[in-house]
Design a protein around this ligand. Structure first.
Ligand code: 9MG
Length: 307
């Protein structure tokens, strides 16, 4: 068994920012956020057609309340998205996407939580960073050179996700000769390009469900020890995805949190640094319990609190 799947020692992960951020400590090259083991990126969709919440958080107040709740239960960061990337989704104009995310970012600025923005448009990324976002989550993996330039100039980290095709058509006929090799090579190549352009740090993400069949998703999950063995923190996102339906027979997206949690705990054991989840509180709780059990088993240290 490899060390990552043994769960101990849980690796420390870090992201570096060129500007002060919540939870960041001053370092020689910027502000550093560090965490042990696997943390949670909470999903905050501000789209009317979100695949999981049908636009329930469409109003500013509801979105901000949801973000605060995820922060309060221990999510490391909140991922704010103004355009659906579910399979078959149509793109929206940049202006409209930015109009959805900007007020949420402005309302949450200074509220002590890292803010990521899920966008594949450079124009939206620039507007979001100006409005207070700390990190860009690009499902297009920084393929647009303008995206790399904007993150580099702002000194903001980026999450580089692998996607084959585009959301509208990506599930029609995904094809790879070697899904793990191709996805891994793409992520490393994009990471090198980003760092060379001044992006201070990156997260890598195999992009479950983005131009991938069930077999592709499973191959990538089984390759997590290899994907997480490198120097970059790896994010895994399976929350409420169709993959859970294929594995466990759960047709309604809103019913898929238990399966998502099981898959994310597996990913954490394989070395994932972050999981992207709708049910942030359940994930934080489960990851903490598992980490505490690992710690206790391996080091026989007493738990810090007797409760
Ligand atoms: C926006 N979005 C939806 N699913 C995602 C995933 O798996 N990873 C990342 N980085 N973003 C996602």
């Amino acid at each position: 068994m490899n060390r990552a799947s043994e769960g101990w020692p849980r690796r420390a992960h870090q992201l570096t920012f060129a500007f002060p951020v919540p939870g960041g400590a001053r370092a020689a090259d910027g502000w550093r956020v560090q965490w042990p083991g696997c943390a949670v990126m909470g999903v905050l969709n501000v789209t009317p057609d979100s695949f999981s919440d049908g636009g329930r958080h469409a109003t500013l107040e509801a979105a901000v309340a949801q973000a605060r709740a995820m922060r309060d239960v221990g999510a490391l960061m909140i991922d704010v998205g103004g355009e659906s990337t579910r399979p078959g989704a149509e793109p929206v104009p940049a202006e409209q996407e930015l109009d959805r995310v900007r007020p949420v970012l402005q309302a949450l600025a200074g509220e002590g939580v890292l803010l990521s923005v899920d966008t594949l448009k450079a124009e939206v990324a620039a507007g979001a960073l100006a409005a207070g976002a700390h990190l860009i989550n690009d499902v297009n993996g920084l393929r647009d050179p303008a995206m790399i330039r904007i993150c580099g100039e702002a000194g903001a980290p980026a999450c580089i996700m692998h996607m084959q095709g585009e959301p509208r058509t990506m599930q029609q006929a995904p094809h790879y000769e070697d899904v793990v090799g191709e996805v891994h090579a793409f992520l490393l190549e994009q990471a090198r390009a980003a760092l060379a352009a001044g992006v201070p740090s990156v997260l890598l993400d195999p992009g479950l469900g983005f131009g991938k069949t069930l077999a592709h998703n499973l191959a990538l999950l089984r390759a997590l020890p290899e994907l997480t063995a490198g120097p970059f923190p790896v994010l895994v996102g399976a929350s409420r995805k169709r993959l859970i339906d294929y594995l466990a027979g759960v047709p309604r997206a809103a019913d898929r949190d238990p399966g998502s949690l099981a898959l994310h705990l597996y990913a954490a054991r394989q070395g994932a640094a972050l999981v992207r989840a709708h049910a942030a509180g359940a994930h934080v709780q489960a990851l903490r319990v598992e980490a505490a059990l690992d710690d206790r088993a391996e080091s026989a240290r007493p738990l810090e609190s007797p409760a």
